[in-house]
Design a protein around this ligand. Structure first.
Ligand code: SF4
Ligand code: SF4
Length: 443
């Protein structure tokens, strides 16, 4: 695509990067076929190519974002399916991240929108605050239908997504020793913010599996939210402050083989730290180092000598491939191979490239599109008649669980269970067909 930025504009490294990305696009439109918002409504402006044109026009003319640009960029899930499909290697993620920051700087949203976004940005990334909010949301949860009926769709979405169970305390900084005589690795674990409060069983399972197979797990002091929640809202300063805090925390720990992450949305962002801080001379090297050490839990577990100690006995797992994992990190085989190796019967979900509608805060900020995507996703999953749904991201788990009665678990909870850990809570509470395997057998 031809561009017409001035030399003065290109002196800004962010604009120069955007220009490079725009020039790679040949407007072929292949990406439209896998874009969830285009698939739903067929509007070119809600396709990757349409958004790229809108962003190009805004940046080239160096003008404040218009309501039209904001509407269509806000509707983008950042699912990155377009990046998987694009034959020209267009780095849509960096382009839309830049566009979001430009929108945040130049566009004044209506008051209610500003309040909602500020609230999400000031609450979600902070586990203690988020825990208090969830406590209150539990009380309001029965009123979700009422909120929906009177037009408070975002509040209704928030209440529906909040769990019935009591929110947990975040994990404290500590070291979990490797079990057995031989330590074979040492990793940092990103406890996360939302992940740790909404579903503490995920990190607990990850820690049990890692230590069981000889890996020491460190939760460093000072690490927190990966920054993606605010990054995707265009709040760059807040995002970069969170990124720097994590880099300080992780690089203060000696001898880490990897930084392991159980929420794939966070993993995609942490793997991008090198890019995010490329112009910050105080952090650029360490940011690259942290990014290169980062691995999704299933990526890391694949290299360990994992053996089943209980028999999964063909329990049917519908594996939902989170967008951040399949499109953001290009991890597609590893989670399924792990589950197959442990004796689960894994079924791929048809239309697996399409987002479930979770996408960070998207299911709160765009509740209608998110609901339609969830209904479509749940429909395709339920037709498989699985015993359980597995995913590698808390956002997808929460989103899908809000639309089905089937149990939804994290992949690592199944890995833990099949290698000697407890039955995942979602499965304990739901006893279908064969009273749920695995049955305990000799190791
Ligand atoms: S597939 Fe790639 S090159 Fe083609 S229109 Fe989409 S982003 Fe541009
Ligand atoms: S990131 Fe997802 S929603 Fe956004 S343009 Fe690409 S495919 Fe469409």
């Amino acid at each position: 695509m031809q561009t017409s930025f001035t030399l003065a504009q290109l002196a800004d490294p962010d604009v120069a990067e955007a220009e490079k990305i725009l020039r790679a696009c040949v407007h072929c439109g292949f990406c439209t076929a896998t874009c969830p918002t285009y698939v739903l409504d067929g509007n070119e402006l809600d396709s990757p190519r349409g958004r790229i044109y809108l962003i190009k026009d805004m940046l080239e003319n160096d003008r404040p974002a218009t309501a039209e640009v904001v509407l269509h960029v806000d509707r983008c899930l950042s699912c990155l399916a377009c990046m998987t499909t694009c034959p020209s290697g267009v780095h849509y993620m960096h382009l839309v991240d830049h566009a979001r920051a430009h929108i945040e700087r130049t566009y004044r949203r209506p008051l209610t929108e500003r309040v909602m976004r500020a609230m999400l940005a000031k609450l979600l990334p902070y586990p203690q605050r988020f825990r208090l909010v969830l406590g209150a949301a539990r009380l309001g949860k029965p009123f979700a239908p009422l909120a929906q009926a009177i037009g408070l769709k975002r509040l209704a979405a928030m209440l529906r997504l909040s769990p019935w169970s009591r929110p947990q305390r975040p994990l404290a900084a500590q070291v979990f020793k490797a079990a057995g005589p031989r330590k074979i690795g040492r990793v940092g674990l990103l406890a996360g913010c939302v992940n740790d409060i909404l579903a503490p069983q995920i990190n607990a399972a990850a820690i049990r599996v890692l230590t069981r197979f000889g890996v020491e797990v460190v939760l460093p002091q000072g690490a927190g939210c990966c920054g993606s929640l605010v990054h995707h809202m265009g709040r760059e300063h807040e995002a970069l402050a969170q990124v720097r805090a994590n880099i300080d925390a992780w690089t203060a720990i000696e001898g880490l083989d990897a930084i392991v992450i159980t929420a794939s949305g966070c993993g995609t962002t942490v793997k991008d730290y090198g890019f995010m801080l490329r112009t910050d001379s105080a952090y650029a090297d360490r940011a690259r180092k942290v990014a290169s050490l980062t691995k999704d839990i299933t990526e890391y577990l694949q290299a360990l000598p994992i053996k089943p100690s209980q028999n999964a006995d063909g329990l049917v797992v519908a594996y939902h491939s989170a967008c951040a994992l399949q499109h953001g990190q290009r991890i597609t085989r590893q989670p399924k191979e792990l589950l197959l190796k442990l004796g689960f019967a894994v079924k791929d979900v048809p239309e697996g490239h399409l987002c479930c509608g979770s996408a960070g805060t998207y299911n709160i900020l765009q509740p209608d599109i998110a609901r339609r995507l969830r209904e479509r996703k749940v429909g395709t999953i339920e037709r498989l008649r699985p015993d359980v749904i597995a995913a590698g991201n808390i956002g997808c788990m929460t989103q899908i669980a809000a639309g089905t009665r089937l149990p939804v678990v994290h992949t690592v909870e199944l890995v833990d269970w099949a290698t000697g850990g407890p039955c995942p809570p979602a499965l304990r509470e739901y006893r279908p067909r064969s009273a749920m395997r695995p049955s305990v057998t000799a190791g």
